[in-house]
Write a new protein. Structure first.
Length: 250
């Protein structure tokens, strides 16, 4: 999601959580972080201060548990005062930053008992947000489309970016078929590295002693994928225009 946000060139006010790390390279998808719960209010304030000049240029991102803790009232304020910005709830189905606790939107209590599950999309509508979208952030094409679409709309928009934290997907990740890079197809463009995946690294021909490719004199190296870290999310394969990233057994 933050890779796609970076492409929009919008100002992104962030919040406190694991996603705060997205301000760093290569994602560079967040521009500010003030305090817990401030992202929506900061984005709303900027949209009002900038006026028409800020249309399509302001986004506020907040995590699911942080939104429940201190973001609901500010989202209500954006609807009441007609903010012209996009607000994103990064819904990873847990309180990842402080211990993977349950919260009201997971459907379970801290004791593990089944309970009512807060519906972010329905809540957004009730608070007065007319445009509400739910996306899978691991679908890059659809994520990009929805971001561009919502940035052009009048009034506040809400996007729920829903995908479980990878720590919750550990069993599925182990069972999933990992990806690898075909060295014969990789042209060393480094696009896959820009998504910030810890499983992808760069092998420099000169530094590693790998043989350079005489047919591609300008190519300095190739991208490689560590199978022990790959979760099989498919994002890198979606970004590779050379189709050099493939899944094992396919």
């Amino acid at each position: 999601m933050f890779y796609a946000l970076n492409k929009t060139k919008a100002f992104v006010s962030g919040d406190i959580g694991c996603y705060t790390l997205s301000y760093m390279k290569p994602l560079s998808g967040m521009d500010s972080c003030i305090c817990m719960g401030a992202s929506i209010g900061i984005a709303h304030g900027m949209s009002k201060a900038l006026g028409p000049k800020g249309k399509g240029k302001v986004v506020g991102v907040i995590g699911d548990s942080t939104f429940i803790h201190s973001g609901i009232t500010t989202l209500l304020n954006t609807a009441y005062n007609r903010s012209d910005a996009v607000f994103i709830i990064a819904d990873n189905r847990t309180t990842a930053m402080t211990g993977m606790q349950e919260h009201p939107a997971t459907g379970f209590t801290l004791q593990g008992e089944k309970t009512k599950e807060l519906d972010f999309a329905a809540l957004g509508k009730v608070l007065g947000i007319d445009s509400v979208e739910v996306i899978d952030p691991l679908n890059f094409k659809d994520t990009t489309r929805v971001l561009k679409q919502e940035l052009q709309k009048e009034g506040p928009s809400l996007i729920i970016s829903r995908a479980p934290c990878v720590l919750l997907m550990s069993k599925k990740a182990v069972q999933a078929k990992q990806f690898f890079t075909d060295p014969d197809k990789c042209i060393g463009c480094k696009v896959c590295l820009s998504c910030g995946c810890p499983a992808i690294s760069w092998r420099d021909f000169e530094k590693t002693g790998m043989p350079a490719r005489p047919e591609r004199k300008k190519q300095k190296g190739i991208a490689v994928i560590d199978a022990t870290l790959c979760t099989g999310c498919t994002l890198c394969a979606q970004l590779c225009r050379q189709e050099a990233i493939m899944r094992e057994g396919e």
